[in-house]
Design a protein around this ligand. Sequence first.
Ligand SMILES: Cc1ncc(COP(=O)(O)O)c(C=O)c1O
Length: 402
Amino acid sequence: MEPTLPRPGGGFATRAVQGAAIVPEVTQKPVGPAIWPSATWAMPTSADVGDLLTDGTPGYVYGRYDNPTATTLHGLVASLHEAPAAWASASGTAAIHSVMSVLKGSGRILSTSRLYGGTWALLQRLANESGWVVDHADLLTADDVRATLSDDHTLVYLETLANPSTAVADIAGMAEVCRERDVPLVVDNTFASPWLCRPYELGATAVVESATKYLAGHGDVVAGVVAADTDVIAAVRHHTFELGASLGPFEAWLVVRGIQTLPLRMRASGANALAVARTLAASDVVAGVRYPGLEDHPQHALANEMFGGRGHGGVLSFDLPDRVAAEGFADACRVFARAASLGGTHSLVLHPASTSHRQLDDAALRAAGLGPGTIRLAVGIEDEQDLLDDVQQALAAAADLR
Ligand SMILES: Cc1ncc(COP(=O)(O)O)c(C=O)c1O
């Protein structure tokens, strides 16, 4: 292409600096997502800068507020969740903090007790140090919400698919109760992704996801998103940039790139997870397998209906007889990597009792719905046979330890 850009004037150092800010006019539509890493944006007058800084006019002014690559992500997430608007944050945790802060008002949160440990810790700290009031209850059905929601509660918080029990929440039923009682409902949809479940469509006020997991999908970025009505997202945007937790352009670009293959990855990982779950269920070393795709899962019918036949996700858990067997299984895995997180191309194995829940004794583990022999698998998109072979040889290694 002919160099048609104007040349900056001035001395060598001035040209070195100012030439970098001269961008070509692009009239063609890029097929791949664009990255705009500029931390700040120039305007013709100081008044224009002031207008942008005070939201008088829409546009980009400073990277902590917003960037065009994140705008692409916002549009994409809103579209996938069939919601009017969306916002991205530096992590799922930042997104959860923002949406709960703006929706809870001065009231009290009713949260599911089947909660991601990091969210549990965040709520605990906010309760201990910032005066938040948080109640936990086992919330899976509309009746559970009806029985526990008091007049003091101003926000209900759920997870679509619980970790590691894989219990499935009846979002539409619970959203109806919340609507009747005029209490906002926030749903963490990380384990399902918008491919399986769209809580906003089912009546939730806001959906939050750790985009680190299925949305980005390759284990190479930490990010979070919220999808909701425009007024909620406007408040989340403020909270996010005041916290300094906006998503940077490179991270936004990785999430946008990952989302393009979300349906393909979800289908592959769901099919692999079902095959792994069936293999585990057929083993006499395994005491119980929890996966919503198995017919004996307590919410199998609900999951089929809510996920529309698009699969049941990539996460499952199962029990081995004791801690020694479970550690033996995890340590023997060769294809499954021993690592936290989920939702990426790679299959991961986690022994919660010696990793994410290692502070808990056996009684506390049971209260959290775990045993010392529980294993969680986050199944990726590798070849099914390699995963099944890995599970079989790790089960044999665990059985040898008994
Ligand atoms: C269900 C769920 N929600 C939220 C988070 C937090 O996301 P992040 O690690 O991106 O802050 C996680 C992380 O594992 C998660 O599993």
